[in-house]
Design a protein around this ligand. Structure first.
Ligand SMILES: Nc1ncnc2c1ncn2[C@@H]1O[C@H](COP(=O)(O)OP(=O)(O)O)[C@@H](O)[C@H]1O
Ligand SMILES: [Mg+2]
Length: 339
């Protein structure tokens, strides 16, 4: 069966210094399967990193559930260890994530030792480390064994982190902002590497990014998050060429690679998750509500909660009162007959 990691109505809360509870995730649904690249996008503060960490069991949800292959995550030490071998989290900021005193060889071998992978593989540790480095595009691998992180370029460090993950032969990678600290020239290479791993190893990849242009380039599906919840999701092509949610439209309007869109400047900042607005969580910043376009549903926008958007991979879905009201409106009988 295809490996599948999923979040169902996940809620993750943090206590803050002011004594209020920050609900960093507030009903997040998402499914990632082996063999597909899913991009999780949204402004900084929307909960992307929190969702990535909750998916690998680093955070315990206050409500909702993470499932691996359809079964609730086993949170025993053993269960989590097994999950983290199959679902590898690749951190952002490769300089911070690599131990400066460890050679490349040691960094990649560390996971193999923790998970005792060598004993099960019938191959030597050196072979497995070399193979992982080569898969991450570091060739010849032996030339890097004894190097330290400070002797490498940013792109090489990111590849070493990816090699450390690949050494364990996972089924899914979760990459949190994998290229945000890299120069533009190297970004494309790392993204191409992620795509190659999907092709050659059948890996599933969840790429967390605030960059919609990057999502466009590599993802099969996209999930747009706002204030702890996915507000629009679907095949990348559909979501990015015909976005439905006013938030997605605003994010897209300022992507430099996309021409011909009138830039929509969102008012204010993403709210603090200790104060999630009533009704639609996006309503205080919604351009459609501000312009009068959503007048017919304005009371709902301000006061009626939206259902959680299902994480099912099929279809293009959006959580928005205005979009829902248009979909419910009677269709032109001629076009209905045609479909
Ligand atoms: N450990 C924490 N304690 C308190 N608040 C947190 C913590 N981690 C994240 N948050 C808050 O949760 C929200 C989502 O954060 P995060 O998941 O890092 O978003 P993103 O990765 O999309 O930028 C932010 O408002 C952030 O301040
Ligand atoms: Mg983040």
């Amino acid at each position: 069966m295809t490996a599948e990691l999923s979040a169902h109505g996940l809620r993750v809360e943090f206590a803050t210094r002011t004594g209020r509870v920050a609900r960093a995730l507030d009903g997040a649904d998402l499914i990632v399967r082996a063999g597909e690249v899913v991009a999780l996008v949204g402004e900084s503060g929307s909960g992307k990193t929190t969702l990535a960490r909750a998916l690998v069991g680093l955070l315990r949800p206050a409500a909702g559930e993470v499932r691996w292959d359809g079964r609730p995550m086993n949170r025993s030490a053993r269960g989590l260890k097994a999950l983290r071998r199959q679902v590898q989290l690749v951190l952002q900021d490769p300089l911070g994530a690599l131990n400066p005193r460890h050679t490349v060889y040691e960094s990649v071998a560390e996971g193999l030792r923790i998970h005792k992978t060598v004993a099960h593989s019938g191959r030597s540790e050196t072979e497995l480390v070399a193979q992982a480095l080569a898969s991450a595009g570091l060739r010849p691998p032996e030339a890097l064994f004894l190097r330290y992180p400070h002797e490498l370029s940013g792109g090489q460090r990111q590849r070493v982190l990816i090699a450390g993950a690949l050494a364990l032969q996972p089924q899914l990678l979760i990459a949190d902002e994998p290229v945000s600290s890299l120069d533009a020239s190297i970004r494309g290479e790392i993204l191409a590497l992620l795509l190659k791993l999907r092709e050659e190893l059948g890996l599933g990849v969840l790429v967390v990014t605030h960059d919609l242009g990057m999502a466009w380039n590599i993802a099969d599906r996209i999930a747009v998050m706002y204030l702890g919840r996915v507000v629009e999701a679907g095949p990348t092509e559909d979501v990015l060429t015909s976005p439905r949610h006013p938030y997605t439209k605003a994010l897209l309007s300022v992507v430099p690679e996309i021409e011909g869109l009138e830039p929509v400047v969102l008012r204010g900042e993403i709210p603090d998750p200790t104060r999630i607005p009533a009704g639609c969580r996006f309503h205080p910043r919604c351009p459609a509500l501000a312009s009068g376009e959503a007048d017919a549903v304005a009371d709902d926008c301000r006061g009626t909660r939206l259902a959680i958007l299902s994480g099912e991979p099929e279809g293009h879905r959006c959580a928005c009162h205005l979009v829902a009201s248009r979909e419910e409106a009677p269709h032109d009988p001629a076009s209905r007959a045609a479909t």
